[in-house]
Design a protein around this ligand. Structure first.
Ligand code: SAH
Length: 336
C-alpha cells in the first residue's frame, strides 16, 4: 500500500480521475495533510464516507519516528527510525536569514567519498518520497515553526534517487503543500552527469549545488570515486550547460581537507577552472569523524582570499554542532 504523503498533486489528481472522481479532490487532500496537518483519513470531513473508505483501502498515512534528538547552539540533529527499522538523520540549522533543514535522501550511500561518514555505510535503499516529506513535517512540528529553506545534503546521493527526490520537491514546493519556495530548496550532487542534464530541464526553479572538492582529476579521483566515471571536465560541461539553460547560479561545494586540497596552488587551479562561470564557491570546514583519518584544514581563510583576489565569489560555510556528532552520518553510524 502506498503512503498518501508520497503523491504529488498531479499524481493525486490522476488517482482521483482513475477512480471516476473529480480531480479537485487532490487539492482537498493536500489541504488536510499539509495545511491542517490532519493525517487521519476518517477526519477528512469534506470527503464523503465511501470515498474515505476507498482512500483507506488504497493508502496509509504512516509516519517515520523521531528516535533521538541532539541539540547544540543554533542546531538540532534528529535521528529518525523508519518503519523497516532503518535509520536516517536530518539537521535543523538556525542561520541569520532563518531556519533551514538538511534532509537525507537514502539509507546509506554508494558514492564512497573517502572523507564522508555517510558513505562508509553502503546504501541499503532509496528513501520513499513520504520519508523525505515527513522529515520536514516532524521537525516543523517539533520546533512549532516553519522552516525557510531545505537542502538535500544529508545522507545519500539525491540524484541516485532522482524520481522520489523530484516528487518530494514538488510536494514541499506546492502552495497547498508545505509551501517552501523553489528558490529556497537546494539539491546537492556529487556529479551524476546524466541527472544534472535531466535536472536542467526541470520546470522548477530549484537550486543546484555540486560537490567538487578538488580542481584536478588526480586529487578528485582519490577522494571521490565518482570522478572515475564523470571526471571534472565532464561534470563542468554539464554544469555549464545547466547554467546556460536555466540562467541560475550554481553552488560549488569544496570541503577543506588538510594537506589534500587546501594548498595555494589548489586555490589557483580552482579559480582558473571556475573563471567566468556563474557560480559561487562554498568552502566547507571539514567535520572530523572518529572513523576517518582526514583532518580539517586550517588554511580556509588563505584559500578564500586567493579566490577573492581572482574574482571568484566565495563564502565559508558556518560550522554547526561538531560537538553533537552533526557531521552527517555520525548519529546513524553510532546507532547501526
Ligand atoms: N551526495 C550529495 C549530498 C550529500 S553530502 C553530495 O555529494 O553533494 C553533502 C555535502 O557534505 C557534500 O558536499 C559532502 O561532500 C559534504 N561532506 C560529507 N562529509 C563531510 C564532513 N565530514 N564534513 C564536511 N562536509 C562533508
Amino acid at each position: 500500500m502506498n503512503n498518501l504523503l508520497s503523491l504529488n498533486i498531479l499524481q493525486l489528481e490522476d488517482y482521483f480521475i482513475s477512480i471516476g472522481e473529480k480531480k479537485y479532490k487532490a487539492l482537498q487532500i493536500f489541504e488536510w495533510l499539509y495545511i491542517h496537518k490532519e493525517y487521519d483519513i476518517d477526519k477528512f470531513t469534506n470527503i464523503k464516507l465511501p470515498l474515505r473508505e476507498k482512500l483507506k483501502e488504497d493508502f496509509n498515512t504512516d509516519f517515520i519516528k523521531i528516535k533521538r534528538k541532539e541539540e547544540g547552539t543554533d542546531v538540532k540533529k534528529y535521528l529518525f527510525l523508519l518503519q523497516d527499522g532503518n535509520y536516517i538523520e536530518a539537521v535543523l540549522m538556525e542561520h541569520d536569514y532563518g531556519k533551514s533543514i538538511c534532509i537525507s535522501s537514502q539509507v546509506g550511500c554508494n558514492m564512497g567519498c573517502a572523507f564522508c561518514e555517510s558513505g562508509r555505510l553502503k546504501k541499503v535503499r532509496n528513501l520513499e518520497t513520504y520519508e523525505m516529506v515527513e522529515q520536514i513535517i516532524l521537525i516543523e512540528e517539533d520546533i512549532k515553526d516553519k522552516v525557510n529553506s531545505v537542502v538535500i545534503m544529508g545522507i545519500g546521493e539525491p540524484f541516485d534517487n532522482y524520481d522520489n527526490v523530484i516528487n518530494f520537491i514538488r510536494i514541499i514546493n506546492h502552495p497547498k503543500g508545505l509551501s517552501i519556495g523553489a528558490r529556497h530548496i537546494t539539491v546537492s550532487t556529487c556529479g551524476l552527469v546524466p541527472k544534472i542534464e535531466e535536472f536542467s530541464n526541470l520546470d522548477l526553479q530549484v537550486n543546484l549545488a555540486l560537490s567538487l572538492h578538488a580542481a584536478t582529476d588526480e586529487v578528485r579521483s582519490k577522494i571521490m570515486p565518482i570522478n572515475k566515471v564523470y571526471n571534472i571536465s565532464k561534470v563542468m560541461e554539464a554544469i555549464n550547460k545547466y547554467i546556460a539553460k536555466t540562467n541560475r547560479r550554481v553552488t560549488i561545494e569544496y570541503v577543506m581537507l588538510n594537506m589534500i586540497n587546501d594548498k595555494k596552488e589548489d586555490a589557483i587551479m580552482l579559480a582558473n577552472l571556475l573563471h567566468g562561470m556563474n557560480v559561487y564557491v562554498n568552502l566547507i570546514p571539514y567535520n572530523e569523524t572518529n572513523n576517518i583519518d582526514f583532518k580539517k584544514s586550517n588554511k580556509i581563510n588563505e584559500f578564500k582570499n586567493i579566490l577573492i583576489s581572482r574574482n571568484i565569489n566565495v563564502t565559508v560555510r558556518k560550522e554547526f554542532g561538531g560537538n553533537i556528532s552533526a557531521a552527517c552520518g555520525q548519529l546513524r553510524s553510532k546507532e547501526v
